[in-house]
Design a protein around this ligand. Structure first.
Ligand code: NDP
Ligand code: 2IT
Length: 450
């Protein structure tokens, strides 16, 4: 990371680089947060005196473990499992599990670090954590995925609990995986402890609207940002990257609110569908058949184009929603978006925009919502799931979505007001980082040096 930080945090950042070599995504996430904290530390010297930045950047606990599993032809594989329990000042560690071949300690730490501030922004009693494995579920049978999940949980269960650490899904981990993980936890512990995992099936302790929550929340946040500029989603063209859980439901909500989603993608390429993505068909292809966007294009026929290796950011749009993975929207992509007149970018994924890409958008005056604010609807609804589990209750879809809408509005307003309070009007990155940091910092200060 080249950009120099405020002198109040630069030495701390150098130390973090030195002590965590090679963890580039973690460095990037820390840099982005520290870049906005100078004014807070200037106003609140007690935060620096209590070593809060040093403590917040060091996970409370980091677990790395072996996950052996056997494939359908009897071959043994060894994957690596991770859980980084980053911060529990506000509540039990909370955050997803990612199964993807790119997962390593640096990725899990970047995600866990982001999660601390995101979870604080929700205003709910949840700390930050993240986990996963370099296991690649693509092309694996249900039986193989089940055996992997059982092996993973056989180690992880001892570190979990509804008051300790509560995982959920992320890339490569959806309802199927949560089911297998929950089953193994229940079997080993002999407890039906519903609140130990979120994203469960609605028939056995899951919350209505959790599946939809991240994508829906991202669009609700976008709507709030546009409202501040006297604009609405109605009639706008939206580009969504990815076609997984977050992308699917971002597309669905954007269209419910009158926008036209003109493109979605996966790691193979993108589809361009000028009349608007048929989200029911996309759900069928992705969620039921576990297919690719190329299959969607083939089934949809007509004027829909599949572009192998194509990038959604080249498709002209008014709103861009990166919903796939980290660093998928570069400076060059940002320049293309700006040239095409983009009004708003909201991150459904975690850290999808590179720092250089974010700078291009900022300089062009594009409304830009960082992931820790815009995608917090998923974890917020996980906290609602925990609430329902604790009270042995199950709410309706409408009631849950109403709560999600209120949380997204409150996160938007907290980011907006905090940015103004610190003389950075309209800067949602600064607003989100500072508002999240203040909440965690106050709790850590009150709880002593631990
Ligand atoms: P899914 O596994 O359901 O979907 C991931 C999508 O992103 C797929 O379309 C996938 O394409 C694409 N993708 C993943 N990795 C890459 C890559 N390296 N290059 C190109 N495309 C890639 O995951 P989710 O939708 O759950 O997660 C998407 C993002 O949202 C992640 O950043 C996640 O951390 C974040 N997030 C998720 C939340 C949730 O509740 N699920 C909550 C908050 C944030 P392909 O199939 O070809 O790999
Ligand atoms: O990045 C995230 O916020 C998630 N993957 C969801 C975490 C959760 O616990 O619901």
């Amino acid at each position: 990371m080249a950009a120099t930080l405020d002198p109040s945090v630069d030495p701390l950042y150098r130390d973090i680089l030195r002590r965590n070599p090679g963890q580039e995504e973690f460095h990037q996430a820390v840099h982005e947060v520290l870049d906005t904290l100078g004014p807070v530390l200037a106003r609140r010297p007690e935060f620096a005196e209590a070593g809060l930045v040093e403590r917040i950047a060091e996970p409370e606990r980091q677990l790395i473990f072996r996950v052996p599993w056997t494939d359908d032809v009897g071959r043994v594989h060894v994957a690596r499992g991770f859980r980084v329990e980053f911060n529990s000042a506000l509540g039990p560690y909370k955050g997803g599990l990612r199964f993807h071949p790119s997962v390593d300690l640096g990725i899990v730490k970047f995600l866990g670090f982001e999660q601390i501030f995101k979870n604080a922004l929700t205003g709910m009693a949840i700390g930050g954590g993240k986990g996963g494995s370099d296991f690649d579920p693509k092309g694996r049978s249900d039986a193989e995925v089940m055996r992997f999940c059982q092996s993973f949980m056989t180690e992880l269960y001892r570190h979990l609990g509804e008051h300790t650490d509560v995982p959920a899904g992320d890339i490569g981990v959806g309802g199927r995986e949560i089911g297998y993980l929950f089953g193994q936890y229940r079997r080993i512990t002999n407890r039906h402890e519903a609140g130990v995992l979120t994203g469960k099936g609605t028939g056995w302790g899951g919350s209505q609207a959790r599946t939809e929550a991240t994508g829906y929340g991202c669009v609700l946040f976008t709507k709030e940002m546009l409202r501040m500029r006297d604009r609405d989603l109605e009639g706008l063209r939206v580009a969504v990257s990815g076609s997984g859980n977050v992308a699917l439901y971002a597309a669905e909500k954007a269209q419910q609110l009158g926008a036209t989603v003109v493109t979605v993608s996966d790691s193979g390429g993108c589809v361009v569908d000028d009349k608007g993505i048929d989200t029911a068909l996309l759900k069928q292809v992705k969620e039921v058949e576990r297919g690719r966007v190329a299959d969607y294009a083939e089934r949809r026929g007509g004027e829909v184009r599949y572009v192998p290796g194509g990038r959604v950011w080249e498709v002209p749009c008014d709103v861009a929603l990166p919903c796939a993975t980290q660093n998928e929207l570069t400076a060059e992509d940002a320049r293309t978006l700006v040239a095409n007149g983009v009004l708003a970018v909201a991150e459904g994924a975690n850290m999808p925009t590179t720092p250089e890409g974010a700078a291009v958008l900022r300089e062009a005056g594009v409304a830009f919502a960082p992931g820790k604010a815009a995608n917090a609807g998923g974890v917020a609804t996980s906290a609602l799931e925990m609430q329902q589990n604790a009270s042995r209750d199950a709410w309706s879809f409408a009631r849950t979505e109403e709560r999600l809408t209120a949380v997204m509005r409150s996160i938007h307003d907290a980011c907006h007001e905090t940015a103004e309070r610190y003389g950075r009007p309209g800067d949602y990155v600064a607003g989100a980082n500072i508002a999240g940091f203040e909440r965690v910092a106050e709790a850590m200060l009150a709880q002593g040096v631990i």
